[in-house]
Ligand binder design. Structure first.
Ligand SMILES: Nc1ncnc2c1ncn2[C@@H]1O[C@H](COP(=O)(O)OP(=O)(O)O)[C@@H](O)[C@H]1O
Ligand SMILES: [Mg+2]
Length: 245
C-alpha cells in the first residue's frame, strides 16, 4: 500500500469539500466537514451507522441541498445539478446494489453509458466484460436473476462504464459474503491503479483500510480524524468511533 500523506499537495485536489453541512428539515446531520480526494487516490470515509456518510455522498452528487463549497476537477459544483456533476466525472454507485431487475445485464450497462456519453458503446461493453467476466457470461440474463453479489458487481460496473474521474461507492459490501466483498474491493483498487480516483464508504474498517491511501473518520456528522491507513490503524480514535467508548 502506498502512503500518500507526504505527497498530498492541496493545490491539485480532484475533489475539494470545504465546510459541508447538511440538514434534513431542522436536524443538522453533517457539520462543517472538509475533505479532499486527489487524482488516483483511494480514499475511504469511515463511521458508524447513522454517522452521516451517505448524506455526505448524496450532497456531493447534488441530490440533496447543502451548505459549504464543493470543487471538482477544477469547477465549482456546489450548486450544480446531479446530471452536470455526473458529466463532470463524479459518478456515485448508490447503497444497496440498485440495478433495474427487469432489464438484462447488458441493458443495465448500456444505461450506465448514458450517464456520460461513451464514445463507443460496443467497446465500452467489452471493456466491462473483460473487467467483470461474471457479467459477460450473463449478459443476456435479467438482472433479477443474478445473485446479490453479482447485482452489486453490476451496480459497480454501471458506474465504471461511464469512465468517471471519481467513482463513489457507498457500502458496496452491504449484506454480501466476504469473498464477494473482497472481489469488489480488489476491483476498486485495480481501477484506482488504472488512474480512477475512488471514494469509498465502508463499515468493514480493516478491509477498507487495507486498500486505502487516506481515510476520514466521521463521528455523529463531524470529522473526528483523518490520516493514512498506517497512521489510523489500531488507534484509540478508530476504536472509539466504532465501539463508542
Ligand atoms: N431522508 C432523511 N430524512 C431525515 N433524516 C435522515 C434521512 N436520511 C438520513 N437521515 C438521518 O441522518 C443521519 C445520517 O444518516 P446517513 O447519512 O444515512 O448515515 P450513514 O450513511 O453514515 O449510515 C441519521 O441520523 C439518519 O437517520
Ligand atoms: Mg449509509
Amino acid at each position: 500500500m502506498r502512503d500518500q500523506a507526504t505527497v498530498r499537495d492541496p493545490g491539485d485536489a480532484l475533489l475539494r469539500v470545504v465546510g459541508l453541512s447538511v440538514a434534513y428539515g431542522k436536524a443538522v446531520v453533517v457539520h462543517d466537514v472538509s475533505m479532499e480526494v486527489h487524482p488516483g487516490e483511494f480514499v475511504v470515509l469511515l463511521g458508524r451507522n447513522g454517522a452521516g456518510k451517505s448524506t455526505i455522498l448524496h450532497a456531493l452528487s447534488g441530490l440533496i441541498p447543502k451548505r459549504g463549497n464543493v470543487h471538482f476537477a477544477g469547477c465549482d459544483i456546489t450548486h450544480a445539478d446531479p446530471g452536470t456533476i455526473v458529466r463532470a466525472g463524479l459518478v456515485q454507485v448508490l447503497e444497496g446494489h440498485r440495478v433495474f431487475p427487469g432489464l438484462s445485464v447488458e441493458d443495465n450497462l448500456i444505461l450506465g453509458t448514458y450517464a456520460r456519453r461513451a464514445p463507443d458503446q460496443a467497446e465500452a461493453l467489452e471493456r466491462m466484460y473483460g473487467l467483470f467476466p461474471e457479467l459477460g457470461e450473463r449478459r443476456g440474463q435479467l438482472a433479477a436473476r443474478l445473485s446479490g453479489g453479482q447485482q452489486q458487481i453490476l451496480a459497480v460496473a454501471q458506474g465504471v462504464i461511464a469512465q468517471p474521474k471519481l467513482l463513489v461507492l457507498d457500502e458496496p459490501s452491504g449484506g454480501l459474503a466476504p469473498l464477494v466483498v473482497d472481489r469488489i474491493l480488489t476491483v476498486a483498487a485495480d481501477l484506482c491503479r488504472g488512474g480512477m480516483a475512488i471514494l469509498l464508504v465502508e463499515q468493514l474498517v480493516d478491509k477498507a483500510l487495507a486498500r486505502a491511501h487516506f481515510a476520514y473518520l466521521l463521528d455523529a456528522g463531524r470529522l473526528a480524524g483523518a490520516g493514512t491507513a498506517g497512521q489510523l490503524r489500531g488507534t484509540d480514535l478508530l476504536r472509539r468511533i466504532y465501539l463508542g467508548d
